[in-house]
Design a binder for this molecule. Structure first.
Ligand code: C2E
Length: 929
């Protein structure tokens, strides 16, 4: 902007105004002064007039003197003229008026219409005053003119000069002001103006520099402040404008994608004006179909009255969190929380409604409620704390387990439950895991309110918000006192035998391994002693398990005291025991121990009112000779035990290498036997049974013979037990039965009506399919069932009394004959014989072997057996008759049938056939009916 014209300059105007004002004041002052001067002059004129009048009055008598007086009086500053008038004529004057009529003077002097009156009076004009003084009673009047004009003019002229001087001073001062103001006013003002001009041009950073502390300086400061404020406001406005634009776009975007269902409706009638995408998605109504209709028309309200209820909740045009229910186009019920506001636009009121679908939340709340109830009724204790581990809530089970009520613990930390059993490091590790993994679980000992310490199984889990901040800790625990006891019991049972309380096999094997490694290090020996009670099974089966159990405990009572402190007695199971001698110098200690065991075991036991004899067989293995691990030592001790049993019971055996050899042989034999079944390697030989009274063959016993290509001739005494152990006895026995029956059927064709005795293993008859086999064989061979005699060994029957009894019953049901083989070796009592309902007793050859004329004891025994058998109506067969002497005694003792080498060795069928043919008769001993 250009500088303004001079006349518009503020300075010039100020200056002009100042000059005008000074001049105006001066002129008014002079005028007023003048007026005051005039008034003063008039007062002075009056004073002088009074003075002159008094003087004139005093000199009245001498008119001449008056003239002289007049001259003096006329020197009065203001007195311009003096007249004495008598009878209207000037009698004396200070001018050339003597003798003139007063009336005529009008044209020469200022003479108003003077009243000659008895009282002095005066007249005044602007600049003159006329005083009329009457003389006393002589008709003369003194007229005095005073002219104030000259004096006033003089004074006026003085003042004008003064004014002129003042004007000069003013002009000089104005010029000085103009010059000085240039620096004081104009420069700062120019700066201000320039700054403002820059601002106007848009230079936002333009600011007034510091101008000083005077008003303009302050003005500059304020201006800067104003500009700062303005800038801030402009910036705010700019931002707000930007924001405003953004907001609009943002609002539209929000409106569009808001997770809530947003509608704008006309308040009065509910017509939908706008809806967002989620509303469309949730309700199923396309926007174009919905707009212009009401929610009622769209059928959104489950109950149309709900809208009125909703409107009724609007307060101050606002609606807050009102619960509503509506349904989608497909009839899905939606529960929502409605918030909104009423707004006005172009005179119309609208309702902006935001519906938050809280169906899920409510479902979750219900679930939570359910969960809370579940927690409440849970048998596990539940404790919830906040992030600082202050207890917030506990359930009933918590109270039941700990004894602490909610009131006792809420607000406290779980430390109230602490037993002090766990160290600080335990808790540190626990919390470290919770912080890292979010959970911990384990066993912990805590304290009940009663002070009782008890074990808990505790799980602690942290509950975090979406940002990973811990909100709560939830602890769930159960009282595992019972479980711990059960676990302890299980742990005990895992390593102990529940009946005797002795360590079990597992424990022993563990100890044995440890002992072996110690023995290896310290270079000493150890031994494993394997004990097996002979005939224990008989006791168990015949007298019951309680007696059996009691017997086992008695056995332990006898053996345990024989063991030294470091020697471990364990029960292997059943009637088997193991003793570990972990540190021995030599085998002497082992021999000593086993001899003492055999000794104490040879004494009868008194259990449950029964006197019982239970011998034991013992096998021993030794480290390092027999093996370098527990399994090897066990196996070798077992082999030694087996050997001990084999070589007669109630004895012991140290493991020897040849025992292992036997084992290998057994394995070889097993394989060979498998191969042999169904081949000609196996044959049946038959040994005649002779009726002593007649000498006739009344029966034959089928005996198996095995001619192995690898092993040569193997006796049944070796392969039958092996077959029983390995289960091969089943196919073997089946073949034997079929072959024997087939042979009998053949001989019956020849007219032989005797018995065919077949050895049957108890394992065989305990198989359910044995009876099917038997029926099938009988049917196939078509022999009468009672011509088949099944021989069951006494000892095996006595080992399985109950099962054997049942089987015998079934066999009797089939009508087959039954014989007890090896009688006298199996401790069978009379009562058992009765119950077994057998047809025949076969006295074991061990009884026959010692039968001589000089052996009365053996003979008495035979006699007793025969008497007993006959009393039970049983036939008696004597096995192993080798001499005529034996036969004679047996004959004398009324034994029914004899079998033995003396009468005939086991022979092939063809040879039997020769005998039968030569005999030519059929014997019918033991034939029923
Ligand atoms: N020293 C001597 N012995 C005599 C005399 N008379 C007969 N013997 C033998 O005594 C055994 C009698 O059979 P066992 O007691 O049933 O004893 C049998 C029987 O228990 C079993 N056995 C044989 N064959 C079979 C079979 O087919 N099935 C089953 N399960 N066992 C069989 O094998 C055992 C032994 O049979 P073997 O060696 O044939 O031995 C037979 C027989 O040869 C004699 O006067 N003196």
């Amino acid at each position: 902007m250009a500088n303004p014209p001079l006349w518009q300059s503020l300075r010039v105007r100020l200056l002009a105004m100042m000059v005008v004002m000074i001049l105006g004041v001066a002129i008014i002052g002079i005028w007023l002064e003048n007026r005051a001067d005039m008034a003063a002059l008039q007062r002075q004129a009056q004073d002088e007039a009074a003075l002159v009048a008094s003087l004139v009055h005093a000199g009245m008598d001498d008119t001449r003197d008056l003239s002289a007086e007049f001259a003096a009086l006329a020197k009065q500053p203001l007195l311009s003229r003096l007249l004495i008038v008598e009878q209207g004529r000037v009698v004396e004057s200070s001018g050339p008026f003597n003798g003139q009529l007063l009336a005529d003077l009008n044209s020469k002097v200022w003479l108003p219409a003077v009243a000659l009156d008895k009282e002095p009076h005066s007249y005044a004009s602007d600049s003159q005053s006329l005083f009329v003084f009457p003389f006393a009673d002589d008709g003369r009047y003194l007229l005095l003119w005073f002219d104030t004009q000259p004096s006033a003019d003089t004074q006026f002229a003085n003042r004008i000069r003064l004014l002129g001087l003042a004007l000069v001073v003013v002009i000089v001062a104005g010029i000085a002001f103009y010059v000085v103001s240039q620096r004081l006013l104009n420069d700062p003002l120019n700066i201000l103006v320039a700054v403002l001009q820059r601002r106007i041009k848009g230079e936002r950073q333009a600011r007034v520099p510091a101008l000083g502390t005077h008003e303009l300086g302050q003005l500059g400061h304020w201006l800067n402040q104003t500009m700062d404020s303005e800038d801030a406001a402009l910036e705010a406005l700019r931002l707000s404008n930007l924001e405003g634009e953004d907001q609009k776009a943002r609002f539209l975007r929000i409106f569009k994608v808001m997770p809530d269902l947003v509608t704008v409706t006309v308040l009065d009638d509910g017509t939908l004006v706008d809806v967002n995408e989620n509303w469309v998605k949730t309700t199923g109504w396309p926007k174009q179909e919905a707009i212009g209709k009401t929610a009622t028309q769209l059928g959104l309200w489950l109950d149309p009255a709900d809208r009125e209820k909703l409107l009724g909740q609007i307060r101050d045009n606002l609606l807050h969190a009102a619960r509503i229910q509506f349904q989608s186009r497909w009839g899905d019920k939606i529960e929502a929380e409605a918030s909104g506001c009423v707004f006005e636009e172009q005179g119309k009121r609208y309702l902006l409604l935001s519906l938050r679908d809280i169906s899920d939340r409510l479902r979750k709340e219900r679930d939570l409620h359910l969960l809370a109830q579940v927690v409440e009724v849970s048998l596990d204790g539940v404790m919830i704390t906040d992030a600082s581990q202050s207890i917030l809530a506990v359930n009933s089970a918590f109270t039941a387990i700990t004894g602490f009520s909610a009131d006792d613990v809420v607000g406290h930390t779980p430390r109230v439950l602490s037993s002090g059993y766990q160290e600080r490091q335990f808790y540190q590790r626990m919390w470290q895991q919770i912080h890292i993994q979010g959970m911990w679980q384990g066993e912990i000992w805590n304290k009940r309110k009663s002070g009782e310490i008890y074990p808990q199984w505790l799980s602690i889990r942290s509950v975090k918000d979406d940002d990973g901040q811990v909100l709560h800790y939830v602890a769930v625990f159960s009282d595992i006192t019972d479980r711990k006891a059960a676990e302890a019991r299980i742990a005990f049972l895992a390593y102990h035998d529940p009946l005797t309380g002795l360590p079990n096999r597992t424990w022993l094997v563990d100890k044995c391994e440890n002992a072996i490694s110690q023995a290896r290090q310290q270079q000493h020996m150890l031994a494993l002693v394997y004990l097996d009670l002979d005939r224990f099974k008989s006791v168990n089966d015949s007298l019951g398990h309680d007696i059996g159990d009691a017997l086992l405990n008695e056995v332990v009572k006898r053996i345990k005291p024989l063991c030294m402190a470091d020697e471990l007695l364990s029960r292997q199971g059943g009637d088997e025991f193991l003793i570990l001698l972990p540190n021995i110098e030599n085998c002497r200690r082992v021999e000593m121990l086993v001899e003492r065991i055999l000794a104490v075991m040879s004494e009868p036991f008194s259990v449950g009112g029964h006197r019982l004899w239970v011998s034991t067989s013992i096998g021993v293995s030794v480290f390092p000779e027999d093996g370098d691990n527990a399994a090897q030592l066990l196996r070798k001790a077992d082999t030694a035990l087996y050997h001990a049993k084999d070589s007669g019971r109630s004895t012991f055996s140290f493991f020897a290498r040849d025992m292992d050899k036997n084992l290998t042989e057994r394995l070889q034999m097993e394989a060979a036997l498998k191969e042999a079944i169904g081949t000609e390697q196996l044959q049946l030989y038959y040994q005649p049974q002779v009726l002593i009274s007649t000498g006739q063959v009344v029966g034959v016993e089928a005996l198996m013979r095995w001619q192995s290509p690898e092993l040569g001739s193997v006796s049944p005494g070796r392969f039958i037990p092996l077959a029983e152990e390995t289960g091969l006895i089943m196919p073997l026995g089946a073949w034997c039965l079929e072959e024997a029956c087939r042979q009998l059927a053949q001989w019956r064709q020849l007219g032989f009506n005797g018995l065919m005795a077949v050895n049957i293993s108890v394992r065989q008859i305990l198989r359910a399919d044995f009876f099917d086999l038997l029926e099938e064989v009988l049917a196939q061979s078509a022999i009468p069932a009672d011509r088949l005699e099944l021989e069951l060994t006494e000892s095996l029957m006595m080992d399985n009394v109950e099962a054997s009894l049942e089987v015998v019953q079934r066999l009797k049901g089939l009508d087959v004959s039954l014989a007890i083989d090896d009688f006298g070796t199996g401790y069978s009592s009379l009562s058992y014989l009765k119950r077994f309902a057998v047809d025949c007793l076969k006295i074991d050859q061990s009884f026959i072997r010692g039968l001589r004329e000089d052996n009365q004891q053996a003979r008495s025994l035979i006699r007793a057996i025969v008497q007993m058998a006959h009393n039970l109506e049983l036939n008696v067969v004597a096995e192993g008759v080798e001499t005529p002497e034996q036969l004679a005694i047996l004959t004398a003792e009324e034994v029914d049938v004899a079998q033995g080498y003396y009468l005939g060795k086991p022979m092939p069928a063809s040879e039997v056939e020769v005998i039968l043919r030569s005999q030519g008769v059929t014997l019918r001993v033991n034939e029923k009916g």
